[in-house]
Design a protein around this ligand. Structure first.
Ligand code: 4F9
Length: 223
């Protein structure tokens, strides 16, 4: 998989150099390149934003630097081109799996009030939201999407089971986990987990998942 990110703040993406994703990148399991939109501005001050036609608060990102950056990065239109926006389609695990099938992904991260609509009409395939809240830019949402997708790229996760058994893959939230020591600050691990009875353990975990889902996300049970 090859991922390109278009942003005014490429330095933010060092966050993805840590942990599982960082190791996978170092191993060459995927490619990710960040491009600074400002490098493509033909304006003498390298400006990338301007006031909105029709008035109103804030600034709008101008189309020229974004359009030229996209053309330079994906000249053959091979990538699925995604604009991170609170008005986009909402990300869920099903959509993560779908996006993970793509060979080439391009993420456009906006700032200020957003980007000129014409660049979306011309160059973008889908608008994608990570939830119903507004952030200061599309970079953190893009990193969320990239992290969620890369977990499905072969060999990124050590343990193959982990993508299948986790929350959302079954429409249930995860059961509680315990590890050593068996007693910690007077709190003990539930007896069933050390019983060695695998049928009972599975039944207990399912019951816990159901209760947690009922309490925190009853909407998942209705689906
Ligand atoms: C993008 C919020 C995707 C949620 C982009 C400000 C955003 C966002 N999901 N907020 N710019």
């Amino acid at each position: 998989m090859k991922i390109d990110v278009l942003t005014l703040f490429p330095e933010m993406f060092v966050a993805l150099d840590s942990s599982l994703i960082g190791k996978a990148k170092a191993k060459g399991l995927f490619q990710m390149n960040c491009h600074n939109i400002r490098d493509y501005s033909l304006d003498k001050h390298k400006s990338c934003d301007d006031t909105p036609f029709g008035g109103g608060a804030g600034m709008v990102m101008t189309p020229q630097p974004i359009h030229d950056c996209i053309l330079a990065v994906d000249p053959e239109r091979k990538a699925k081109r995604i604009y991170m926006s609170p008005r986009g389609k909402r990300l869920d695990q099903q959509l993560v799996k779908q996006l993970a099938q793509e060979e080439n992904l391009l993420f456009l991260c906006g700032h200020y009030e957003g980007v000129d609509q014409r660049v979306l009409d011309l160059d973008i395939d889908m608008e994608l939201s990570i939830g119903d809240y507004v952030l200061s830019g599309g970079e953190l949402p893009a990193m969320v999407v990239i992290d969620s997708i890369l977990r499905y790229v072969p060999n990124v996760l050590g343990n193959k089971q982990s993508t299948e058994e986790e929350s959302f893959s079954s429409n249930l939230l995860e059961y509680p986990h315990y590890t050593r020591p068996q007693e910690f600050l007077g709190l003990t691990v539930p007896e069933v987990l050390v019983s060695g009875n695998h049928a009972k353990i599975e039944a207990w975990r399912k019951q816990q998942s159901l209760e947690i889902t009922k309490k925190n996300r009853p909407d998942l049970l209705e689906e």
